[in-house]
Design a binder for this molecule. Structure first.
Ligand code: KG4
Ligand code: ZN
Length: 336
């Protein structure tokens, strides 16, 4: 079965063709990141305009690179939630038009579900149930994946997402948007014990995260140093920040895995590309006797292949939509 996947929830216009939810035949991404960098973050209005300009070409290219025509496609999967509403609407409207014109089923896909499905593309043996840490620019969740289309949220951030915290800390240190990758790189040259940072716990929940206090602590540390004319060692601050965030993510996820008796752990989302998180998770899972899976780096960020992969399982489960499908800015992963 061949699925066309379309993604436009944030600042990447992407389309891909995937066979049986597992084999990538093409994966085209048009990134707008250079343009948003000028403003230090994603500008929603610009994102929508760029999606509208790019989407036809990106979809055409995805079909061409896969060597297939629309006739051979069995379903059109599209990200419909959550994300920037104007950006989502471009993909949803395009997919609806394509579905109406071709008569192919329209398959709505939740963005976080698709991030999780990126793992199916790289790991043929991976099957639910498993526990997943989904960490992106907008979300930080610990999710029990009971089946391909059945999810249960075990823990979540109470404020900022991990990726957002990375980007804001990086910005305060003068790194260009999105600073997560740059911070990760510089962290390798620093001492993770140099700057003690707070590790907030969420009262009454073993698995929830809170990152906003950490972000503020980094910004305050920088301001204090500036006021006193003190030099800050950026590599040391990056290393301390990375150790703190990855420690929080790893500890809560392992705790949940052990409490729930889960023997398989999966990482997903843009922040799953983080080298510190991957290393720390690998060590913790090895010690706990838990199998760990993570997407290959090119599939950690937003892409169309992960949408087509999840779309395949949604289509098998009968989750299709009519032309009344709408984009939704905010939607829990476990809600239909
Ligand atoms: O999943 P994603 O591509 O988009 C959303 O759905 O939000 O995630 C983007 C986020 C950004 O905040 C980016 O800085 C972060 O993932 N990111 C990283 C790394 N690579 C990407 N954060 C930390 N370390 C990295 N290596
Ligand atoms: Zn994403």
């Amino acid at each position: 079965m061949l699925l066309l996947g379309i993604e436009s929830s944030c600042d990447e216009t992407a389309a891909a063709v995937v066979k049986d939810g597992r084999q990538v035949l093409s994966n085209i991404i048009a990134s707008q990141v250079e343009e948003h960098r000028l403003y230090g973050g994603v500008v929603p209005e610009i994102a929508s305009r760029r999606h509208a300009e790019a989407i036809s070409g990106v979809v055409r290219q995805a079909l061409a690179q896969a060597g297939v025509t629309m006739d051979e496609i069995d379903g059109i999967a599209v990200t419909y939630a959550p994300g920037l509403i104007g950006a989502l609407l471009v993909g949803v409207s395009f997919a609806k038009g394509l579905s109406m014109a071709t008569g192919k089923p329209l398959v709505p896909v939740h963005h976080l579900r698709s991030h999780i499905a990126a793992n199916y593309l790289a790991h043929p043996d991976l099957k639910p149930p498993f526990l997943c840490l989904v960490v992106s620019g907008g979300h930080s969740h610990i999710v029990k994946v009971e089946d391909y289309t059945r999810f249960k949220v075990i823990g979540r951030t109470r404020d900022d997402a991990a990726g957002e915290c990375y980007d804001k800390a990086a910005r305060a240190m003068g790194m260009p948007y999105p600073g997560g990758i740059a911070l990760d790189k510089l962290a390798h040259q620093g001492d993770p014990t140099a700057y003690p940072l707070p590790r907030p716990h969420v009262e009454g929940s073993r698995y929830d995260f809170s990152f906003s206090g950490l972000k503020t602590a980094v910004i305050n540390r920088l301001h204090n140093a500036e006021q006193k004319g003190e030099a800050i060692n950026k590599a040391d601050l990056c290393a301390s920040f990375q150790a703190t965030v990855t420690g929080m993510l790893t500890d809560n996820t392992l705790l949940a895995a052990q409490d729930l008796g889960m023997s398989t752990l999966v990482l997903a989302g843009g922040v799953s590309a983080n080298s510190g998180l991957r290393a720390r998770m690998e060590q913790a899972c090895r010690e706990a006797g838990i199998a760990l899976y993570a997407p290959p780096l090119p599939l950690c960020g937003d892409n169309g292949a992960m949408v087509a992969a999840q779309g395949y399982y949604e289509l098998l489960a009968g989750h299709t939509a009519g032309t009344d499908l709408n984009a939704v800015a905010s939607l829990p992963i476990d809600q239909e």
